[in-house]
Design a protein around this ligand. Structure first.
Ligand SMILES: Cc1ncc(COP(=O)(O)O)c(C=O)c1O
Length: 237
């Protein structure tokens, strides 16, 4: 602003994914959206990872924060494997494009992709996958918290629905990235694919397919409890 420039936009995920499955503090988005709009910017919700019912109690992550973005970006799950992404915006934003500049995109509006996207949305509704994300996700989160009592190496357990994560920490919350990587590799031996996230690579992310069942959750917890007993996973200092 000092050099005569203004804010164009603010873009944010409703749960920070690759940053380590970080849930936003209460009222964070509400406060920031207000500030950005007062400064003349627009607010964009990145729903590429969190959207489409995965957080369970809402279809879109931003709904958890009681805000309405000007633009929503949607990707990965909307195509369920088919390469598809979409942008949804307010009428006011769309009209700003109708100024003769001719926005063009080679693959935009592909009818086959659109049919797939529609079908994915229908399956999520028909098979009650958002409800499954809520019920199974809550169950899994409770089980992870119970596991935390037996294995103090498990730090914070967080997330919503089937968008969960847990930290591996030592004393004084020292991030244990190497042990997290070891855990992920051992789980692969049981045909369970997991991976790490966060700046210290010590957060195990759990974002399974939305058909993930209670039995799948039990299997995951059982295998985790086996690996967490192994020598390398013990806290040494
Ligand atoms: C949160 C998030 N936003 C945006 C993107 C980019 O989406 P796309 O690859 O569809 O451009 C990704 C991943 O690629 C992502 O994880």
């Amino acid at each position: 602003q000092h050099s005569g420039r203004n804010i164009a936009a603010f873009i944010c995920e409703s749960i920070i994914s690759c940053g380590g499955q970080i849930e936003l503090p209460e009222n964070y988005l509400k406060t920031v959206y207000k500030e950005i709009r007062e400064a003349g910017g627009i607010c964009i919700a990145d729903e590429v990872q969190v959207g489409c019912g995965r957080v369970g109690s809402a279809f879109w992550g931003f709904q958890l924060h009681d805000v309405v973005p000007d633009i929503v970006t949607i990707g990965k799950p909307i195509g369920n494997g088919h390469p598809l992404a979409a942008v949804v915006c307010t009428k006011q934003i769309a009209e700003a494009f109708a100024n003769g500049m001719e926005y063009f995109n080679t693959f935009g509006g592909n009818p086959v992709s659109c049919a797939i996207g529609n079908e994915v949305l229908q399956v999520i509704e028909d098979e009650k996958l958002q409800e499954n994300a809520l019920v199974t996700g809550n169950y899994l989160k409770d089980q992870l918290k119970a596991l935390q009592k037996d294995f103090p190496i498990i730090g914070d357990v967080r997330g919503q629905g089937l968008f969960l994560g847990f930290e591996l920490n030592g004393k004084n919350k020292k991030p244990l990235g190497e042990k997290a990587s070891c855990l992920v590799n051992r789980m692969r031996d049981f045909a369970i694919l997991m991976s790490t996230d966060g700046p210290d690579h010590n957060v195990i992310k759990i974002k399974p397919p939305m058909v993930f069942s209670k039995e799948n959750a039990d299997e995951l917890i059982y295998r985790l409890s086996i690996v967490l007993k192994e020598d390398f996973m013990q806290l040494t200092d």
